[in-house]
Write a protein that binds this ligand. Sequence first.
Ligand SMILES: [Mg+2]
Length: 187
Amino acid sequence: MIRNKLLPCKYYQKLMKRIAVDMDGVLADVYEQFYAYDERDFGRRKQPEEVMGMHEAEAFPSIRKFIYENGFFLNTPVMQGSQDVLKRLNEKYEVFIVSSATEFPQSLPEKQSWLGQHFPFITWQQMVFCGSKHIISADIMIDDQFRNLDSFKGQTLLFTQPHNINNREHQHTRVDSWQDIERLLLR
Ligand SMILES: [Mg+2]
């Protein structure tokens, strides 16, 4: 199907499944930022085994300071493999990038700029910066946080991150990489 980006959503939304894609911990490799900022402040880079299975704030006690710093979100590395797969998902699905961002107001322009830089095929109409994700309605949600997935009504993909890696008691489909997402949604 040829998708005309100039058409309002209402003309094609019934034809494609809608996916809500998280940013931090899914598109954006925020753990790389946590490691780097923690090393900057404490003089030693933590090893992965020191943070595996821990809540982010437990693993990185200064995390609240880091994420309020200018440039934290703007300079976050892109998750490996995400650009190519999301570009192809964007041709087959109605993609929305959904980020719980309003808690950190300084992150809003940084996140929009970051998406424009690394995912230029995502239009402003596809960016949803919100508080709670409970209001999000879609067919599929890709997220790394149980608090977002547990109340979602559609298909849920849990993106593996250090904080959720040990939790096996859930009903979500775990994906360890964007290659896993590709296998599930593009084949
Ligand atoms: Mg996240």
